[in-house]
Design a protein around this ligand. Sequence first.
Ligand SMILES: [Ca+2]
Ligand SMILES: [Ca+2]
Ligand SMILES: [Ca+2]
Ligand SMILES: [Ca+2]
Length: 369
Amino acid sequence: MSELTSRTQTFAQSARSRAAQTIRDSLNRRTNRVDTFTVNLSKRSSFNANLSGIKRKNNVDLELLNSSGTVIAASRNPGRRSEQIVLGDLAAGTYTLRTTLKRGKQTAYRLVHDSTPLTPADFAGNTPGTARSLGSLSASPMTMSDYVGSEDSNDFYGFTVGEPGSPSAKLSLKLTGAAGGLLRNGDRFGNISVKLRNSLNEVIETESSVFDGNAIEFTQTLAAGNYFVEIVPYFRDGGGDYDLTLSAAAIADSAGNTPATARTVGLSSIPASFQDFVGAGDPSDFYKFTLGSPRTLNLTLTGVGGNLLEDGIQVKLRDSLNNVIRTENSVFDGASISLTRSLTAGTYFVEVSPYFDSDNTPYVLSLSA
Ligand SMILES: [Ca+2]
Ligand SMILES: [Ca+2]
Ligand SMILES: [Ca+2]
Ligand SMILES: [Ca+2]
């Protein structure tokens, strides 16, 4: 069997134009049965290759290989008939066109190939002012499919969270590749950043997927209001097709933020429990109770379902004039708060608030007296 030799020639895709590349070369059964030509597509493109001018009594086939060396398209007509590969949608990346002499001694040939970048649809503007408006998010997830990359530097989405009686909401965000797959940019992993921004366009949270194409997924407690999500490539040559899924679960507030708007509760020897939340959008919860005679107050505060508290929290016992009688904190370890105190007859307030401004804490408050 004759030794295979190959010639290699490299072609880079021209920026936008549909410049056809014409190659004139030859194959020889004894010394050069295979020619390879490297084609670099910097953008997702349509692609055509045509091989013609094969001499009588020869047969040359044409193949297109991806960067792993797998044949992804081939034209293998018999005899000296011309060969053609036509692909409507080829991802950006490095490919090899391979001509192989299958029959005959030697022939010249002509190989013409061209590519035309596909312009991706863009439904999301590149500034907050031109953001795609999603309206008010709800607990039902909504998914948007789009693209960022060399042809579209960023995508802005604008939305609101919160509804009457719900000053806080928990945003859930997930970003995957197209159809829920890995983030991809041609034959590489896509690298993408998600930036959550407030109404002043300040970044609240940034998450990135850089090396493995894995989804970006996070939740964030937000005060009711207007927000933006911005999608950008992490590296300049990154990006790709993506699916963005958003939902927001409203967090209701049943305890007012001042003594005047306190939730009035009646106490007995049987503990009464109140589940609520303090944090973004809801800086305090006031509870008001009145004792007709001297009693011992028992107060406990835990996470929901008896679990640990998710963040720091503070409890203040206040008298009828709103003076603080006692303060208890749960700062770092999520431990519950317990408070026992003898009280004279009168009206009192319990105020629950985040320990740090950034703390977001669902809780269950139990009171008996
Ligand atoms: Ca886009
Ligand atoms: Ca855009
Ligand atoms: Ca609350
Ligand atoms: Ca409140």
